[in-house]
Design a protein around this ligand. Structure first.
Ligand SMILES: [Ca+2]
Length: 481
């Protein structure tokens, strides 16, 4: 470990598909700054999200735990108040902590452990009254683009150039504040733990100015959709396939191009942050991480947005970790990781023990080659639905429902044919369900995580004598602090 603890610069964007990044093999979308971070660090080719929705994943980003543990089962739920935040752990250990941009918590202005918090909470909605809304209202007369969409007779998924110019576009606005924060703190001796939470390429697909036309004549991927999916996929998806029916091919391709424009805009903000880090002398000793909270369907399987599906376009996300002082450069890690592993990784990089109650895993031994893998599969959850994905197969389990999804990823990598009710697949289905149930009990169950039984490899060793220090959740109220 470095004698001097690293600055931790954690950049997140919103709804960014794995395949829409240059270093992940996309030859059309331009992302030179993120590609360069990957060149100076490690790129993960199999990083999957813990949840296909914002609030659940973002609460996992703060707690290092799964939604069914921390309580934000979907957007609109609340995190358990006794959860210990990433920011609190780092702040207590001497880091100067800051969050600029979105956290998307139900208590929208909660800021525990952040010494500095600048709230900009979303492109298409607004809860409370954030700084960006004030600027927009003053200069343009409305608080969010949604208002203008309605006035122009457009839906949120229709591509259109932003009426707000680039200089005041929401992600530029957030990056500007991040640069200002880096300037203001350049003489502070404390290491930084800075979370910059950008908002694109989340809809509306409204790249400003030159970003809107940037990919007008460029090829875009073929959409993945088979009409037979209307019959074989759960009704929770098929009822949303009207996204496909009400659009034509030209409109769907334009959605890709606008999405790419937003990705390049995000990349430019990453470049500005990197440039400023160099200017204030913090770049060399910075651990920079980049990931996203989930992906976007973009009309694959006839769907748009996310949340109601566990297809790879939604659960497979970009992830880059760059820390040249301690980690290899230019490596691609193909092992399974999950985006909330950034929590344990950054805590470990800060020289701290990763709390036992976290299921987030430190990626450093994986990156350095000390551990060949840390997971055999990845799990994604939303409310009462769980998906388990191995390299060869995926199962999506819907609690209290007779239907489900099962895919043979070796023969059907695009997840077009749902095998849940097909004869001959019971053995695969049972195998995946058993893995998922084992995981539910041992890998994340709060009491196994928090009590010493977990150190006994899950064997029952009799009643435990004491409650852990890490959580008061199971203490009687009278004994809680
Ligand atoms: Ca999101």
């Amino acid at each position: 470990m470095s004698k001097q603890r690293p600055n931790i610069i954690w950049i997140t964007d919103d709804q960014h598909r794995y395949d829409s990044l240059g270093c992940n093999g996309n030859n059309v979308v331009r992302t030179p700054n993120l590609d360069n971070l990957a060149h100076e660090g490690v790129r993960f080719s199999n990083c999957f999200t813990v949840s296909p929705v914002c609030a659940s994943t973002r609460a996992s980003f703060l707690t290092g735990r799964y939604p069914h543990i921390h309580g934000e089962l979907s957007n609109g739920f609340s995190m358990a108040p006794e959860e210990k935040w990433w920011s609190e752990i780092l702040s207590e250990s001497g880091y100067l902590t800051a969050c600029i941009g979105k956290l998307h918590l139900e208590r929208w202005d909660d800021d525990r452990g952040f010494d500095y918090r600048y709230i900009v909470e979303g492109k298409d909605f607004l809860k409370g009254d954030d700084e960006y809304a004030k600027v927009c209202e003053e200069k343009y007369g409305y608080r969010r683009p949604r208002v203008k969409y309605g006035e122009r007779g457009l839906n949120m998924w229709d591509p259109m150039p932003s009426e707000v110019p680039y200089d005041d576009y929401i992600d530029k606005f957030i990056a500007d504040r991040a640069l200002g924060f880096l300037d203001e703190t350049k003489d502070d001796k404390r290491p930084l733990a800075l979370h910059v939470s950008l908002l694109s390429p989340h809809h509306p697909l409204d790249p400003p100015g030159e970003y809107f036309d940037m990919y007008a004549d460029k090829p875009v991927p073929q959409h993945v959709f088979d009409p037979s999916e209307r019959e074989t996929k759960p009704e929770t998806q098929s009822k949303f396939m009207w996204f496909w029916d009400r659009s034509n091919e030209e409109e769907r391709q334009r959605a890709w191009r606008s999405y790419y424009g937003l990705v390049t805009l995000i990349d430019d903000q990453v470049g500005r942050i990197v440039h400023k880090l160099k200017e204030v002398g913090r770049y060399d000793n910075s651990l920079i991480v980049f990931t996203s909270d989930h992906g976007e369907m973009l009309y694959d399987h006839g769907l748009f947005d996310k949340a109601f599906a566990f297809y790879d376009p939604v659960i497979h996300v970009p992830a880059i970790v760059r820390w040249p002082e301690e980690l290899p450069k230019g490596r691609t890690c193909e092992s399974f990781v999950q985006n909330y592993d950034i929590v344990a990784t950054t805590i470990a990089a800060a020289g701290l023990d990763v709390p036992e109650h976290m299921s987030s895993k430190n990626l450093i031994p994986l990156i350095t080659g000390d551990e060949p893998k840390i997971r055999d599969f990845v799990v994604t959850e939303h409310f009462n639905i769980r998906s388990i994905r191995t390299f060869d197969a995926k199962l999506v389990f819907y609690a209290n429902r007779s239907y489900g999804e099962l895919y043979d990823l070796k023969n059907d990598p695009n997840e077009l044919k749902n095998l849940w009710s097909e004869p001959g697949y019971d053995s695969l289905k049972n195998e995946l369900m058993k893995k998922l149930l084992d995981w539910s009990i041992f890998a994340t169950d709060r009491r196994f995580r928090e009590r010493e039984v977990v150190t006994n490899k899950g064997e029952y060793t009799g009643y435990l004598k004491s409650y852990p220090d890490t959580s008061e959740h199971y203490l009687p109220k009278s004994k809680r602090q």
